[in-house]
Design a protein around this ligand. Structure first.
Ligand SMILES: [Zn+2]
Length: 347
């Protein structure tokens, strides 16, 4: 009970009213019950208001005493209501806290760990394979001189083969390299065979068609020594293809032309989607183009001061996206470069 004892001269009905109010307030189990009890006693039409309104009907000598007693009851009820409200709020707060107990010893919820981009996985796989054959890994600039990208590779300015490559020109005599072959020149210049190296890297062609990308990755290969033959080239490329795509992989060498190799061949692998029967992915041919290769042109060796009478070599350049598309059944190269994690998470 909040206040002290009620005054001894309070009318009996006010004391009974206070006792009822106190019991109902104590029984209120939530804020809405409590509001209802308060309205019932202290509202405009509540019990206390009715007593106060009845004062006018009392004998004049009674009016002051009853009025004081009714106001005192009003104050007491209001105090009980406030005390009960505070008690209910702290109980509900404690209950909420108990429901949200934090166990700091539980393990964390964990995040998505992510993974390497499929092109990174492919490049590392390629590097692994050739390191195992004793090849080294070389790099060169992506903004390349016209000399390294074209001239030294047996493509002087008036050579029609330059039209085969849709070149992005930078300032002066610089280009975005159209192939990884200029690194052959950089690797052979100032060095003498034996040379065995690969060059994985980005190359650029001005080709915006949906089946292509203006930037893509190649792996260049070069081996120069005495007695290197086209048979060595075929052996290395077969082993490479079967490392990447499985032991059943079939290859096809088609006679072709590149200024920097002689003889030259284009290399296809048997379409894995239709096993050679023809499908949309291989344009009904049963084969998928993979890259170009051939024996290094004697003029290219001579341009690097390597004696073509003593040394021969082979070179190849393979598209790496083709390999990733094949591994994962991707229909379009651009899916690899859009950065859409919904696609990349599936690979
Ligand atoms: Zn096919």
């Amino acid at each position: 009970m909040g206040q002290g004892q009620p005054p001894a001269d309070s009318p009996p009905d006010l004391e009974a009213l206070a006792a009822r109010a106190e019991a109902e307030i104590a029984a209120a189990e939530n804020a809405s019950d409590l509001n209802a009890v308060r309205a019932q006693y202290l509202g405009k039409k509540g019990s206390v208001a009715q007593v106060l309104r009845g004062i006018g009907t009392l004998p004049p000598e009674e009016r002051g005493r009853v009025g004081q007693a009714a106001n005192a009851v009003k104050v007491r009820i209001d105090e009980w209501v406030q005390a009960r409200r505070t008690a209910l709020e702290s109980a509900s707060h404690a209950e909420a806290l108990a429901g949200r107990r934090l166990d700091v010893t539980l393990p964390g919820a964990g995040g998505s760990p992510g993974h390497l981009h499929p092109m990174t996985v492919m490049i590392r796989d390629v590097a692994d394979f050739f390191l195992g054959l004793g090849f080294s890994i070389e790099e060169g600039p992506e903004v390349e001189t016209e000399y390294h990208n074209f001239d030294a590779l047996n493509m002087p300015a008036d050579h029609p083969a330059r039209d085969m490559q849709d070149t992005f020109w930078v300032e002066g005599d610089h280009v975005l390299r159209t192939h990884t072959s200029p690194v052959q020149i950089r690797a052979m210049t100032g060095r003498q065979p034996p040379l065995r190296l690969i060059v994985p890297g980005r190359v650029y062609r001005h080709d915006m068609s949906p089946r292509h990308s203006p930037m893509f990755a190649q792996v260049e290969g070069l081996m120069v020594d005495e007695d290197v033959t086209f048979g060595d080239l075929k052996g290395v490329l077969y082993a490479f293809a079967r490392h990447l795509f499985g032991d059943d992989t079939e290859l096809r060498f088609r006679a072709s032309y590149f200024p920097f190799t002689e003889p030259s061949a284009e290399l296809d692998f048997r379409c894995p989607f239709c096993a050679g029967d023809g499908c949309a992915t291989c344009s009904q041919s049963g084969w998928i183009e993979w890259g170009g290769c051939g024996m290094v042109h004697p003029q290219v060796l001579a341009n690097c001061d390597v004696d073509p009478e003593r040394y021969q070599g082979f070179a190849f350049g393979m598209g790496l996206e083709r390999g990733v598309m094949l591994r994962h059944g991707l229909p379009q190269i651009r899916l690899l470069y859009d950065g859409d994690v919904r696609v990349l998470e599936q690979l």
